[in-house]
Design a protein around this ligand. Structure first.
Ligand SMILES: C[S@@+](CC[C@H](N)C(=O)[O-])C[C@H]1O[C@@H](n2cnc3c(N)ncnc32)[C@H](O)[C@@H]1O
Length: 199
């Protein structure tokens, strides 16, 4: 890796409007996952949230405790303004890897693929630390390798299984049937439950 995937890198993307990852609407697989959740008081975190259409969807469905964190200050400012009238959404500008908190559910949507792959084990450990007992990480992971240098960084489900099983019980890691069109056939849906102890 010869580029620093730091605050400046991501903020420059938002300043320039070069945000090719942005679906412009809630991710369909995540919406479907949200639709089957019953407890509207779950403490939910969305790291590397970007424009956080998932947060708007959660609020619309009655969820009461939604935290967003993103490292890009311009983006954090924009979404703070956008969600100002929704007290159930808390927007934080900061680094996920330094964030402290306890959540019942963390939603993954093109954040894992945005970080340096060398940090993946740290990501998994941090997710474990941020989840309360019985908490879950759920979302979408690319299940393909990319020929261009990342981000996005790809990978394979089989590797992810090994990585996540160190700290999680994998409930689901299956090909995604409802991906956004350009990503169809190249994503897996993951539901990983915090294991009570590091394995
Ligand atoms: C590929 S974008 C995805 C944004 C959003 N999840 C989406 O799907 O539209 C990756 C996001 O992660 C943010 N990010 C990257 N590193 C981060 C970190 N260490 N902590 C928090 N946010 C980070 C970037 O600013 C960017 O908004």
């Amino acid at each position: 890796m010869n580029i620093a995937l730091d605050q400046k890198f991501w903020n420059d993307r938002y300043e320039a409007g070069t945000t090719g990852w942005d679906l412009g609407k809630v991710s369909e697989p995540i919406a479907a996952y949200i639709d089957q959740l019953e407890d509207k008081h779950l403490r939910i975190l969305i790291p590397g949230c970007g424009n956080a259409y998932e947060a708007a969807y959660l609020a619309e469905k009655g969820f009461q405790d939604i935290t967003l964190i993103d490292i890009a200050p311009k983006l954090a400012q924009d979404i703070s303004e956008r969600f100002a009238q929704l007290p159930q959404i808390r927007v934080l500008h900061g680094d996920f890897f330094l964030h402290e908190g306890q959540y019942d559910l963390i939603l993954e949507q093109t954040f894992f693929c945005a970080i340096d792959p060398a940090l993946r084990p740290v990501y998994v450990g941090k997710m474990h630390d941020l989840l309360a007992p019985g908490g879950k990480l759920a979302g979408v992971l690319f299940d393909t390798e990319f020929s261009n240098p990342g981000p996005p960084f790809g990978g394979k489900s089989s590797e992810y299984a090994v990585l996540f099983q160190k700290h999680f019980d994998l409930r689901t890691l299956t090909p995604c049937y409802n991906s956004a069109k350009p990503r169809a056939g190249n994503e897996a849906f993951i539901i990983a439950e915090k294991a009570s102890n590091y394995k």
